[in-house]
Design a protein around this ligand. Structure first.
Ligand code: GLU
Length: 320
């Protein structure tokens, strides 16, 4: 399924994006793989324009394809939001069949365009028995990453995708899929979200910064149903911000994550005002290893599913 993104940007004067058929036709060796590929154009947008509802639609199309006998699914999309869409899919994908996301960091007409190699590797992974049951995977630069852990870590480098907490699960070597690790899987959430409820489930993300007085959080509860806090280091905020976050946590789920990019927030190592222990005492939920963006995906889905405070805390304890 083609959704758009850099892999579809033709460059030069051509205004329209490449179709899925054009993207796959330009992949050397794909036809010779012996893997029949059925191509669908689902969206043709920069990935920053994708919505949760559209991604859930992609999951529904993919589920039907699997029910109709597809061995696996490959999605091409822009790389900007791929770490979020992949995790959203990870949370709801109920099948053993591989669901592989890929894209490109360089446009097709650029020297060293990476799209064709990424599509070829993604199809190999989607068709490989080794990938079954591994959950949604992100394949770029001949690396196989778990959707749960992958991050976009560079704005332009073709090696932008990395899993800082775990490393890649596997590699594509000489065309062979070599899975080295298995990521733990959890029960999928139901993908049958009421779309109106999903629209209404707004989750804010606040990145805490030096000398942050939190003024931006004033009146947040009028518009948002949940908040992700990207705190310093192990989950700290300025002491002056702690009461404001505590007051919000009495009205909505507030999840504590780290802005550092890898590692977990702590639970009970520091006790000063604004520390992780203080914030937990004030009712903030422990985001554990979830980065702020992935935590936001999980919280929005839980709110859209009508989960209450207890369920939300339990889900973060399980999936964080
Ligand atoms: N980097 C953008 C993305 O993630 C590509 C922009 C575009 O496709 O126009 O989608």
């Amino acid at each position: 399924m083609a959704l758009g993104g850099t892999i579809s940007v033709p460059g030069g004067a051509r205004g329209t994006r490449l179709t899925g058929a054009e993207i796959t036709a330009a992949v050397p060796g794909l036809a010779e793989l012996g893997v029949p590929v059925e191509v669908r154009d689902v969206q043709a947008v920069p990935s920053g324009d994708l919505t949760f509802a559209q991604v859930l639609d992609v999951v529904a199309i993919a589920s039907r394809a699997v029910a109709d006998g597809a061995d696996g699914v490959v999605v091409t999309q822009g790389t900007d939001t791929l770490e979020e869409t992949a995790f959203l899919i990870d949370l709801v994908w109920p099948h053993e069949a591989p669901f592989v996301l890929t894209g490109a960091m360089r446009q097709p007409a650029m020297a060293g365009a990476d799209g064709p190699a990424n599509v070829l590797a993604a199809v190999r992974v989607a068709a490989a028995g080794e990938s079954r049951g591994a959950g949604p995977l992100v394949v770029l630069n001949d690396e196989v990453h778990a959707a749960r852990w992958v991050r976009k870590t560079h704005s332009t480098n073709p090696a932008a995708f990395a899993s800082p907490n775990t490393g890649p699960l596997g590699h594509v070597v000489e065309g062979r899929v070599r899975m080295l690790l298995a990521a733990p899987r959890h029960e999928p959430l139901s993908a049958a979200f009421d779309r109106e409820r999903l629209e209404a489930a707004r989750v804010a993300l606040h990145v805490v910064t030096l000398d942050d007085d939190g003024a931006r959080l004033e009146g947040l509860e009028a518009t948002y149903q949940g908040l992700i806090v990207a705190g310093f280091g192990v989950g700290h905020v300025p002491a002056a911000l702690a009461p404001r976050l505590g007051a919000l946590a009495e009205r909505m789920p507030v999840v504590l994550t780290s802005r550092t990019g890898s590692g977990s927030v702590l639970r009970h190592t520091y006790h000063a005002p604004g520390s992780e222990a203080d914030l937990r005492r004030r009712g903030l939920i422990d985001g554990a290893f979830l980065d702020p963006y992935k935590a936001r995906v999980l919280l929005r889905l839980l709110l859209a599913a009508g989960a209450g405070p207890q369920d939300i805390a339990e889900e973060f304890a399980l999936r964080g």
